[in-house]
Design a protein around this ligand. Structure first.
Ligand code: MLC
Ligand code: AMP
Length: 509
């Protein structure tokens, strides 16, 4: 049973009429509904010539059909490549060129035209000799409608897969700003899902409050797989909206969120115990949870947030315990089957308390970066340990404390933002000499993007010039929230920009 879909289905097929996805103001969709919808979508994908191993790029709004599409890809052995809905056409083009998908499923644009030549924005030049992709939407009807193509069809078979076969590819950037496709196998996803479902004590009586996006590991895999393995109900909110979340909490027993969710709940003066009478577990991850929020949440609700740590390439790596002490500032113990170590620059394992790079090994570790063998080799040691790029220390009991990151990546509201990508965009703009982008503290998002920009000789710059430089090119969540027009950037003796100095001078660590 190596196809992840077989594993998921084995947990609900005994009682398929159980409610699965409950969207506000609609009848909950049962497990049977999602099973048959995914079989119909699978048939439509096969009809569109999708073969095992082919990539299916998906950039759609969060809805039950988005989940059905994911399950359809699993069924037929296709590789789903989910993309952030905030990405601009220019950003999407990179992913299409890199992933060379057989099918692209997009949210319908008003001017959407599935004929490639007539589609000005989404017109990927097929590269590396690939055939042009088929473009579909999740619209109920109309040109390119996947539901229409799926009507009356059903591909009920589930393709046998090896644990090493790729199920999904999620892009993650690097210091160069060039995103890499992390290939996750059926085995990676299944092992992590089984470990978390058991570790966090999921059962059929649970109701998961789901307000996360479904284009990242957190919302698509961690949350959905945990619920599906127990055939549990999911309150499926289109996005995080504080009022809707508070309403959902009345019925929910578990919530998974990024720290911003908790910041926002605490910002409501009347939020407290009365909001979470059915709750048994609040889980946080994807970004550091401050000790202040951790303690304030316990004070206000009586619940101790369970913090866990993970990343795209590894799914979840550590977790605080369900039973036992959940420590503020610690992301907990390695998951069962996961080896964890902290090493120095010479890759020597460090003693408890010593700070170094965090490395992990286990069945959760990805199969490599898509068509980037050198980068894959550089990310792993010969003994299988993966360099996470995170800095931290283990205590004598084996709990991990994170202390930062090796790169200057910014995490804003749980989205990773790579300064290099923004700097490259700014530096191309007329009138800009050079730029440095750093993360500064933000009460809501944890960190926010700040840009320090030096005008080119003989030019004067306004803030609007900087805004114009990124408009339409970078997703809005990457746009600088603070802009500083400066004469020079601080540099060290080697000529490298001292980003730490910039952060420090503006209230950052
Ligand atoms: C939205 N905006 C952001 C932002 N999200 N800006 C910075 N950082 C963010 N995260 C901007 C938009 O561009 C827009 O700007 C404005 O805020 C309002 O947009 P919105 O869509 O209404 O925002 P909101 O609903 O408030 O979203 C905030 C959020 C959301 C925190 C709820 O970003 C979110 O759901 N984040 C979760 C991310 C996540 O799932 N990460 C997991 C990664 S997996 P403008 O200019 O247009 O007004 C991973 C592994 C692991 O890390 O361990 O889990
Ligand atoms: P991503 O590449 O989007 O998967 O993001 C993974 C990164 O998020 C990790 O490498 C960490 O830097 C960060 N991260 C995830 N969980 C936590 C956490 N609980 N505390 C601090 N950072 C976290």
């Amino acid at each position: 049973m190596a196809n992840l879909y077989d594993l998921l289905r084995s947990r609900f097929e005994g009682d398929p009429e159980r409610p699965f996805l409950a969207v506000p103001e609609a009848e909950p969709r049962s497990y049977a509904d999602l099973d048959s919808r995914s079989a119909a979508f699978a048939a439509a994908l096969v009809e569109s010539a999708v073969e095992p191993g082919d990539r299916v790029v998906v950039q759609v709004d969060k809805c039950p059909d988005a989940v059905a599409l994911y399950l359809a890809c699993l069924r037929i052995g296709a590789v789903i490549v989910p993309l952030n809905v905030a990405y601009t056409a220019e950003e999407v083009r990179y992913y299409l060129d890199d992933a060379t998908p057989r099918v692209v499923v997009v949210r319908p644009e008003p001017e959407f035209d599935p004929e490639p030549e007539r589609r000005p924005e989404f017109n990927p030049e097929p590269e590396r000799g690939s055939e042009p992709s088929t473009w579909l939407t999740l619209d109920e009807e109309g040109h390119g409608s996947l539901p229409e193509l799926a009507a009356g069809r059903s591909h009920t078979a589930v393709l046998p897969r090896d644990t090493d076969d790729i199920a999904a590819m999620l892009y993650t950037s690097g210091t160069t700003g060039r995103p890499k496709g992390a290939m996750l196998t059926h085995g990676n996803l299944a092992s992590n899902a089984l470990a978390l479902n058991s570790l966090w004590g999921f059962g059929p009586q649970d109701v998961l409050l789901h307000a996360l996006p479904v284009f990242h590991v957190h919302g698509l895999f961690v949350a959905l797989h945990c619920a599906m393995l127990s055939a549990a109900k999911v309150i499926f909110l289109p996005r995080f909206d504080t009022r809707a979340v508070r309403r959902g909490l009345r019925e929910a027993t578990v919530m998974m969120g990024v720290p911003t969710f908790y910041n926002r709940l605490l910002a409501e003066p009347d939020f407290g115990r009365g909001d979470c009478t059915a709750m048994r577990l609040f889980i946080s991850g994807s970004a550091p949870l401050s000790e202040t929020v951790f303690r304030a949440f316990t004070e206000r609700t009586g619940h101790t947030i369970l913090e866990r740590y993970g990343m795209t390439e590894a799914g979840m790596i550590t977790s605080n315990p369900l039973r036992g002490d959940r420590k503020a500032g610690s992301v907990g113990f390695a998951l069962p089957d996961v080896d964890l170590r902290v090493v120095d620059e010479a890759s020597k394992e460090l003693e408890p308390g010593e700070v170094g790079e965090v490395e992990a090994r286990g069945p959760n570790l990805f199969a490599g970066y898509w068509q980037m063998e050198e980068k894959t080799r550089a990310a792993f040691h010969a003994n299988g340990f993966f360099r996470t790029g995170d800095i931290g220390s283990l205590d004598s009991e084996g709990r991990l404390q994170l202390a930062g990151r090796a790169s200057d990546m910014i995490i804003s509201g749980g989205f990773n933002i790579y300064p290099k990508e923004i700097e490259l965009c700014l530096d191309e703009a007329p009138g800009i000499g050079e730029s440095a982008v750093v993360g500064l503290p933000d009460a809501d998002f944890g960190e926010q993007v700040a840009a320090f920009v030096v005008p080119a000789p003989g030019h004067a710059l306004q803030e609007t010039d900087i805004r114009r430089a990124v408009e339409g090119r970078l997703a809005r969540f990457k746009h600088p929230k603070q802009i500083f027009i400066v004469d020079t950037l601080p540099r060290n003796a080697m000529g490298k920009v001292q980003k730490a100095a910039l952060r420090k001078a503006h209230g950052g660590g």
